[in-house]
Ligand binder design. Structure first.
Ligand SMILES: [Zn+2]
Ligand SMILES: [Zn+2]
Length: 245
């Protein structure tokens, strides 16, 4: 009985925590978390070999600020392949705009990881090789990294071209169930552009959002906190928009 009561209280505490604020931005590095777990999460994120966490965060903020305008670096209006891989391979955009992420640059481990963004991918590559030899390196590191690249990039390209719009945002973002499955929830991109302050991107129970489910478990365990929910009025705004809106 005592254990059951403690469990219920823990669940209630996690539930209450979830109804407080989460800072506006969605990439894992910004999640308030216990120190050790936070550093591990950031190192794992950087092992995706998609440049540094601060670099990503700064560009992602710019994407939300200037979505599908001339200042949006990876808008598909500049070409589908450009939005998918062209922009990230372009040396012109290698610099991290520290002014855009002053709230993140106060974390020294993030600054270090961003500056040495090659360390985590190389460490993962070596670990794969030592654990499983060449097949470990090729499948465990190279193949998984390339698949992850394209999964991530589909959100900048396909999620702004194909799918359904339910919010009349000023950009071309769409909800795409297939992309949501591939990317663990990011495919509900029209939702996300409407209310990017929430850790949740699937606003309805049937909108699969695996990343959010994991965050809920982490919140329950006390690893992350202050997950911001989607306001009921934002959810209620959703309606099927005619093509071209
Ligand atoms: Zn977008
Ligand atoms: Zn976003």
């Amino acid at each position: 009985m005592a254990r059951g009561g403690a469990l219920r209280r823990a669940v209630r505490r996690a539930h209450d925590r979830d109804h407080r604020r989460l800072p506006p931005l969605l990439l894992a590095p910004h999640l308030p978390a216990e120190a050790g777990a936070a550093v591990r999460a950031r190192v794992r994120g950087t092992s995706a070999a998609q440049k540094g966490p601060l670099w990503w965060a700064a560009h992602h903020r710019a994407h939300h600020k200037f979505s599908d305008t001339e200042r949006d670096i990876h808008s598909p209006k500049r070409g589908f392949w450009w939005s998918h891989v062209g922009w990230i391979l372009c040396d012109k955009y290698n610099k991290t705009d520290s002014d855009a992420i002053k709230d993140f640059t106060k974390y020294p481990e993030l600054v270090w990881l961003d500056k040495h963004d090659w360390v985590a991918p190389w460490a993962l590559g070596f670990a794969c090789f030592f654990i499983a030899g060449w097949s470990g390196l090729i499948i465990g590191f190279f193949l998984s990294t390339v698949l992850l690249w394209h999964g991530t990039f589909t959100i900048n390209s396909i999620a702004h071209v194909w799918g359904r719009r339910v919010y009349e945002t000023s950009d071309t973002s769409r909800n795409n169930a297939l992309l949501a499955v591939i990317t663990g929830g990011e495919g509900w991109h029209n939702n996300h552009h409407r209310y990017p302050w929430s850790a949740r991107q699937g606003f309805r129970w049937w909108q699969v959002d695996v990343t959010y489910y994991v965050l809920r478990v982490f919140a329950w365990l006390g690893v992350v906190h202050d997950l911001r929910p989607v306001p009921a009025e934002v959810r209620a705004e959703a309606r099927r928009l005619p093509p071209g809106v």
